[in-house]
Design a protein around this ligand. Structure first.
Ligand SMILES: *Cc1c(COP(=O)(O)O)cnc(C)c1O
Length: 379
């Protein structure tokens, strides 16, 4: 069945595609000049010292935690209302994720609730800028300073955000981004770490590439030079093929964000009178949100999965972001969680549906989605 409304369409255009063609027609495919160009553009956009491109946000989070020596025996506080990778990146280091329930209005972690769960074993706080809206980053930074903790941002939803004048990465130890297929800018699979500290950036460049002293680009010269392995490393380097796709999108990123913001405003307006339908609160007037996803919470007397099926039967693509991480089988069994351990996240996860939101979506289609939803909820 062809969908009447796709869940997501990317914004790659012919010029992005021909940039990839240029790389493919050249001799050099892996981490080189395109990656460098993207990294400096990305750091410039974020107004931060440096950015290091990697193969995923999950890898970015893993490296950021490793950089600060987090591992076995350590606790990292995070949110259960996120994609599972936020938690698994912590687990990959050997550390234990400690979930703290989210604010019912925003779905975000707050410094006040996190403060109550800091223990002797806590080493880091890993908040998520959910759906594009930044957490209270000033508050988290003050909390981290007070307790001498590492602050790492999961900014997979939020390249464009500004809160209290602060962008992702500017107050923390690292901000980690995703360029996965449905993210605000994409290269299929990719990620980046933004940092204020040039020594950290150098460490990430080595750690993403086996911990060896020379990358392929610096070995690509007339005179062979031996490389050495100087530290433990991983295999997370982005290549020029992927970076070529991102450079052009970065130039358009604010215009794309504004379109999503306008579409979200239209959704909220059209759905405002549906009885029992709830929304995650809008960002404050002085905030810039990445407007990555728009979600609704179905009325309590409806079954979310029924609503999801009915939308899909009507040809409307939708998704669930997210069923709370502590309710997923592996995590639940591993840590012995019960659904009611984090009741706010559990409730959002049980009621939430993500509606289509992307710059190519027309207002007409937003009307179609809203009319369909209203029909489903008419009683
Ligand atoms: C997409 C996403 C990730 C993982 O990103 P990858 O690039 O696929 O590794 C992590 N956290 C959140 C909140 C995400 O949405």
């Amino acid at each position: 069945m062809s969908r009447r409304v796709e869940f997501f369409l990317h914004n790659l255009d012919e010029s992005d595609i021909s940039s990839v063609g240029e790389v493919l027609r050249s001799v050099f495919l892996t981490t080189g000049s395109r990656v460098k160009e993207f990294e400096s553009g990305f750091a410039g956009y974020l107004d931060i010292e440096d950015a290091v491109a990697v193969t995923s946000c999950t890898g970015a989070l893993h490296l950021a935690l490793l950089r600060y020596g987090i591992g076995q025996g350590d606790e990292v506080i995070t949110t259960p209302m996120t994609f599972v990778a936020t938690a698994t990146a912590i687990m990959e280091t050997g550390a234990t994720p400690i979930f703290v329930d989210v604010c019912p209005k925003s779905g975000l972690l707050t410094p006040e609730s996190v403060a109550k769960h800091i223990s002797k074993k806590t080493r880091a706080i890993l908040p998520v800028h959910l759906y594009g809206r930044m957490v209270d980053i000033k508050g988290f930074s003050a909390l981290a300073d007070k307790h001498d903790l590492i602050l790492i941002e999961d900014a997979a939803h939020c390249i464009e955000g500004i809160r209290d004048g602060i962008r992702p990465g500017q107050l923390s130890h690292a901000a980690c981004f995703s360029f996965y297929a449905t993210k605000n800018i994409t290269c299929g699979e990719g990620g980046a770490i933004a940092t204020r500290f040039s020594e950290d950036a150098a460490w990430y460049r080595s750690a993403r590439h086996h911990g060896i002293s020379k990358n392929a680009a610096s070995r690509y010269s007339n005179k062979y030079e031996h490389w050495d392995m100087e530290m433990m490393g991983w295999k997370y380097n982005m290549d020029d093929i992927h970076a070529a796709l991102l450079i052009g999108q970065l130039a358009k990123i604010d215009g794309l964000r504004r379109k999503r913001e306008e579409l979200e405003r239209l959704y909220r307006e059209l759905l405002s009178d549906v009885e029992g339908l709830d929304f995650i609160e809008s960002p404050g007037p002085d905030e810039v949100s990445g407007h990555h996803l728009f979600t609704v919470l179905v009325p309590e007397d409806f079954d979310r999965d029924d609503v999801l099926s009915r939308l899909q039967e009507a040809g409307i693509g939708c998704a669930v972001n997210y069923r709370a991480v502590h309710t997923l089988s592996f995590i639940k069994q591993r840590f012995g969680f019960k659904p009611e351990d984090f009741p706010v996240a559990e409730r959002i996860g049980r009621r939430t549906i993500t509606l289509p939101l992307y710059p190519k979506l027309t207002e007409e289609k937003v009307h179609l989605v809203c009319d369909t939803l209203k029909e489903i909820f008419s009683r």
